[in-house]
Design a binder for this molecule. Sequence first.
Ligand code: FEO
Length: 393
Amino acid sequence: MIQVKDQIYHLGLRDWELKSFHGNELSTHRGSSYNSYLIKDEKTVLVDAVWQPHAKDYMRILEEEVGIDNIDYIIINHSEPDHSGALVDILEKRPDIPIYCSVKGVETIRKQFHKDWNFRPVKTGDTLKTGKYELMFVEMTMIHWPDSMMTFVKGPNVLLSNDAFGQHFAGASIFADEVDECEIWQEAIKYYAMILTPFSALIKKKISEVLELNLPIEMIAPSHGVIWRKDPLRIVEKYAQWADNYDEGYVSIIYDTMYDATKRMANAIANGLESEGVLAKQFNSSLHDMSDLVTDIFKSKGIIVGSCTVNNGYLRSIAALIGEIKGHKFKNKVGAAFGSYGWSGEAHKNIHKDLEDAGIKMVHDPVSAKYQPEGPELDACFQMGREFANHIK
Ligand code: FEO
C-alpha cells in the first residue's frame, strides 16, 4: 500500500506482463496497472477494485493492509471488469458493504454479476461524508461507458478519475513525476486515441463542466498508469486539445502490398508531399501494430491509404484499418486512396469510397497503376503527394 496524499493510499496492482487489453484489441507495450484506492478516514472507503485475474493477490493485500471487515463503503466509479472484477471476491465475504456508483452503474454491475448487492446510486454533486473528508461524485456518462463517473476527495483535493487521464503503463513509481514522462505521454495519447476518440465532443463539454465546478484539484489519480501529482491540470489541458480536432500536421501513408508495386507508389507519394514541405510517415499496415497505427492516424492531419487489388477488393490489413477508422469517428481529417492492380482494379476505388463513408474528407481522386508502376504512374503518385500537400497547407 503506497501513500498517495494524506489519508489516501494506492493499493492497486501493476501488471508488468500485460501485452494486450480489451481482449486483443489494444496493445499494451508497457503493461498496465489497475489502481484501487483506499481512503482511511473515520470511515474506510475502497475506491474501485481490480480485474478478476488479479483478485487473489488483491484480496491478500486487502486482508493484510486493511481487513475486509474494516471496509465501510465501496465506490465503483466504473463497472468495466478491469475495475469491478474483484468485487465478487470482496462481497462474497461482506455482501452488506454499501456500493456507491452511478445509476447506470447499478444496472451494469447487476447485468455483469447477477447479484443484488447493497447499491447506493449517486449523481453529479452528491456527497458522502467520511469523517474529516467529504467525497463528491461527478458523472462522466459515456466517457467511456454509460456508468462512468469520478470521485473528488475534498480535503486532500484528489480527483479519483478512473479511466479518464489514465495510461496503460506499469512503472517503477506510481507518480508521473518519478518516471520517464516521454513514455507516459506516449501512453496517455495512445489511450485517448484508442479508447476516447469517439467521445471527443462529450469530453470537450465535460471538461468545461468540470472546470466550472472550480474544484481545487491538487492531484489526479486515474485507475490505470501513473498519478498526476505535479501540475496535475497538464493532463486536463492535453485532453482539451486532444478532444478538439487534434492533429500534429503530418500525413500518414498507410498501405499493404504483395509485390511492392503499391509500396513503390507510397514512396512516390511521400516524395511529392515532402517536395512541398509536408512531413509524411509510411506504414505497411500488415506489419504494424494496429493500436499504434490508430494513434498515428489520430495525430495525422491527413491519411493516404493504398492496397493492391485482390479478389475484387483490398487486402485484409486495409480492411481492418478502415474498420478502425470508421469506429473511431475521426473528425477533420483529409484523405486519398491509391493502389496497384493486375486486371480488375477495384482496391483504390473501394478504399476511396469506404474512407469517405468512414467520415474522411477525400481531397483527391484515387490513383492507380497496372502491375508495376513506371515513369508516368510514379509521376502521377508524386503529383498526388504534391496536390495533397497543398490541401494540407
Ligand atoms: Fe479501465 Fe473502461 O475500464
